[in-house]
Design a protein around this ligand. Structure first.
Ligand code: PLP
Length: 423
């Protein structure tokens, strides 16, 4: 939870033992701040459930792919779930083991497949039949066999936001459940593929266990049919998607959730198969905050605005999914009253808001911490409006490490060229 790692002491918000105002003064704003202790604790909660079981945690790098974050998980023994060759390069640069990587994604390029095969990734999570054919060709051209798992779409409702629900029919992800058996038969016939697993990923920010159990049952039914056809499934990858508390959500406890899934697999007689978890958000979401400074207060007839120096280009989730993030002053004022503000950024879009109708006792120049910004924060950031992306810091006990420099404006157009003038 956020509170343990980002807590008020004497009216000042601290990350572990470092005050966030000190970090803002030292590194500027907007600034992403991550807590190593929070990352470690969340990983430990999954690891505890996996202890003594044939199970492993593969961190979904797209949630937060800063090298320092990947490095912390690599040291803790995590495998990784990636969705591009770029993420694989990051995992390797951070000291992760490519042979513990699963490669997901609906549109893998042949060059990406080649790179992943060279690095001998654990498994390709294949999402369509044409992808099977392409992977078979690429592996064949290299004289290799690619280990594959098919991502099946179990057609269950994860009861989450439509943009982050992925397990329903009519979704671009995975092989339709009815088609899966035929796709597996096809895969098992292709000479340069080796079927090793099955996977599903039904969505994100899921706060109930029941959709997982429904999906798992359908996956296990399929595994049993495949067994009958002598297509052996060594591992079952249950995907990621476990939710976190942004405001009043009550997701299951990580260890209890993971244990429940593992117990269910064992109860149905599949305890001998390896189970993989692919968590992203639940490992990093509440391990990060985005620090921003109030530029101006702009009272209005129907709305008051607190204009801050972070914007939708830094944190896209509110604009993209109408997502809620807690917003709190870094230093609590002991006098004055709260006013209700929309917290908005400087970007030229009405959709550029970070929080709506927030009661805040703030003045221009004050610092705000935007909570639960560790997942899909920096990784979804952009340079819209030619805004350099924020710096990132990781706090480890009482030491703050700059783990990504703030971008410079010059670097943003360094690869661009004016047209040559004729004559
Ligand atoms: C994004 C993704 C994940 C991680 O999802 P979270 O909701 O962040 O846990 C896991 N697996 C796949 C295939 C993904 O695309």
């Amino acid at each position: 939870m956020t509170d343990a790692f980002f807590a008020y002491r004497d009216g000042v918000l601290h990350a572990e033992s470092v005050s966030l105002s000190t970090l803002a003064a030292r590194f500027g704003t907007p600034l992403y701040v991550y807590s190593k202790a929070a990352l470690t604790q969340a990983y430990g909660a999954y690891a505890k459930a996996c202890e003594g079981r044939n199970a492993a945690v593969h961190y979904a790098a797209k949630a937060n792919s800063n090298l320092a974050v990947l490095g912390v998980f690599a040291k803790l023994g995590a495998g990784f779930d990636i969705v591009s060759a770029g993420e694989l390069a990051r995992v390797i640069a951070a000291g992760g083991d490519p042979r513990r990587v699963v490669f997901s994604g609906v549109g893998k390029h042949a060059d990406e497949m080649r790179f992943a095969l060279e690095k001998d990734v654990f498994c390709f999570n294949v999402e369509s039949r044409p992808e099977l054919a392409r992977l078979n060709d690429v592996a064949g051209s290299m004289g290799r066999r690619a280990r594959v798992s098919l991502r099946v779409n179990p057609d269950v409702d994860a009861k989450t936001h439509p943009y982050i629900s992925t397990g329903l029919r009519g979704n671009k992800f995975g092989v339709a459940y009815e088609e899966a058996l035929a796709a597996y038969r096809e895969a098992s016939q292709l000479p340069h593929l080796e079927v090793v697993g099955i996977d599903c990923h039904i969505g994100s920010q899921i706060t109930e266990v029941s959709p997982y159990l429904d999906a798992l049952d359908k996956v296990l039914d399929l595994v049993e049919r495949l067994d009958a056809e002598n297509i052996k499934i060594h591992h079952i990858d249950v995907g990621g998607g476990l939710g976190i508390t942004y405001t009043d959500e009550t997701p299951p406890d990580i260890t209890a959730f993971a244990t429940q899934l593992l117990d269910h697999v064992a109860r149905r007689g599949h305890g001998h198969r390896q189970v993989l978890f692919e968590p992203g958000r639940s490992l990093v979401g509440n391990a990060g905050v985005l620090l921003t400074q109030v530029e101006f207060l702009k009272p209005g007839e129907t709305k008051n605005f607190a204009i801050v120096d972070a914007a939708m280009n830094d944190l896209a989730r509110p604009a993209m999914y109408e997502a809620y993030h807690g917003i709190v002053p870094v230093t609590q004022r002991d006098s004055g009253d709260s006013t209700v503000y929309d917290v908005v950024g400087p970007v030229c879009e009405s959709g550029d808001w970070l929080g709506r109708d927030r009661a805040l006792n703030v003045e221009a120049g004050d610092l705000l911490a935007i909570h639960s910004a560790g997942a899909y924060g920096f990784t979804m950031s952009s340079n819209y409006n030619t805004r350099p992306r924020a710096a990132e810091v990781m706090v480890d006990g009482d030491v703050a490490h700059l783990v990504r420099e703030r971008e410079t404006v010059e670097s943003l157009f360094a690869g661009e060229r004016l047209l040559p003038t004729n004559g």
